[in-house]
Design a protein around this ligand. Sequence first.
Ligand code: AMP
Ligand code: MG
Length: 357
Amino acid sequence: MSCHQRPFGVLRSAFLILGAWLLSACGEDAAETKTSLNVFGTMVELTIRGVDTETAEHAVAELSADFRRMHKDWHAWKPGGELGKLNKALREGRALEVSPFLLPLVHRAKIFHEQSEGLFNPAIGGLVSIWGFHADDRPKGRIPDKAAIRRLVEADPTMDDVRIEGARVSSANTAVHFDFGGFAKGAALDRAAARLKEMGIENAILNAGGDINVLGRHGNRPWRAGIRHPRHWGVIATIELNGGEGLYTSGNYERYREYEGVRYTHIIDPRDGMPVNHIVSATVIHPDGALADAAATALSVAGPSDWVRIARRMGVVYVMLIDENGAVYMTREMQRRIVFKGDPPDDIFVAPDRADG
Ligand code: AMP
Ligand code: MG
């Protein structure tokens, strides 16, 4: 088995929590182990360097169990997990005491919502559901009724409706339905990376279908990652990541439905309840993976007209967006780090530095 990075691909093989894992010591470097975990409907590749196989195996077993719990208890639409119970309680107008495993996500959801001027709104699970994305398989057939979408938008569920008193979570609006899918992967990889560090693992890369957290370095060089190409299989650019950084990309192409030749993505604009159509992908790098993940989703909604302001408000500096015509929008900081594969795109718009306004 090769130890090189595979091209990034999302294997959405149902919501199986854990497939068989493969652990290998690579010929050219016995201190690198590579494992594939089937979590969150995505293949998470975990590469650990610099520890013996036993330590790596132990880490993998722990992480698998933890991922399984996150999958169950952070799940937006399958009953039985803690978030499912919380959603049921809020729908029925009841408050619920939640565990320390879930509570930080509710707190962060409120913060991201506020910072993104409401464009990142994890209370719109009802809209995500009506568009058919609360299902394992790609939705098919007619798109939802305009009136049904309007009713949900007018019910206006937001994180401002949500009250947190100690561990008690309640909502003034029964239309609030939490869906943390916009930052759960980041929160999960942050947790996993922190756990690896606690176990004394200093050099590792966690790659969930192109969303990545890294620890330390790859031997005597930084970890290198690819940013997925929004249109073709493969990567549009590569970038070196510093230890502790996360790289997150949101894309229209990731999950979508098609009806009468139009593609409707799983990223919904809370203002009109419609899937966003202006941005093809948004990439963010930040040491806080949950923030990077949330920001990538928020900036997909913000689009070319508002991304600079929202990125600043969310406190993310390394940002790149690609629109449906292939034009690239990015910060100067991102431009300095990124290396395009092949010819750079024809249209590249670089945001003015903060100092310029
Ligand atoms: P990501 O792939 O990180 O961009 O997350 C997309 C997921 O976030 C969707 O599948 C929904 O579960 C959720 N989502 C969709 N629209 C929004 C939004 N405007 N704010 C927050 N979460 C959203
Ligand atoms: Mg996201």
